[in-house]
Write a new protein. Sequence first.
Length: 271
Amino acid sequence: MDQHYQLCILEQQRELLAIMSNHWFREFAGRYKFPENYICFDIETSGIDPANDYICSIGHTIVRDGVIGPYHESYLNWPDHPGVDASKLRSSLQRVQTIMESRGKPFHHTWERLRRDGKPPLQVLADYLDLFEAAEDRKEVVVAHNGWRFDIEFLQSHFHDWLGISYAFAPELVYDTGVAEKASQLGEDDDPLPTPGETMQQFSWRIGNLPKRGVYWALDGYCDEQYNLFEKAGLDPGEAHGAGADSLLLAYLVEEHRKLAESVGPIGESD
């Protein structure tokens, strides 16, 4: 198989995927209204276990009337927090850094960064709990990438374990961009749209748990390739996997989803 033929096949696959994605978002918009006001958030952690690892940085970007604001970011100074096994935390951070750098990905929340720039962890967590509670009071959507299966699990665990507050995100007020990207690439046999009576939380867990090869939704990989997110957000790829920068990328991703949902004309064509 020569290189020209391979490129032709790849281009055909991309065109087909674009048609599928366009169709899915238009169908999805019939069941879910994209908000004009929302908050995108992201976390970076010392591992993947909410019960034993730590949220090391949190970032958010606020969108009002479709206008994307600047991102905000806080590091949490767990190394100096009472009751934290500093040696274990440092080892966990070094392990995650090694894994990410071996994959060519930047790593920002180092032990040194947490100590230098970190704020008291309980204050940061309390501030974000206030942010999410206020958004829920306004019936305002919050946005995360693979949020139901990761970010929210960590936040709810930390609010309970460190603040003593049992807070649960509203099942209909979280839009998961990672799940949307995955669902838009699935076939009809997978029921890729929310079913009647299914909450956004239930839909996200159902789609997230589907094992599918050849389906991608990484924010700094697949999504950037599809939508040129770094360029649109004015960010350098080296800023990827920073909680604040990723929250800003999410805002631009939501707006790209909105464009697909509002597209007109035959399937596969948009304004």
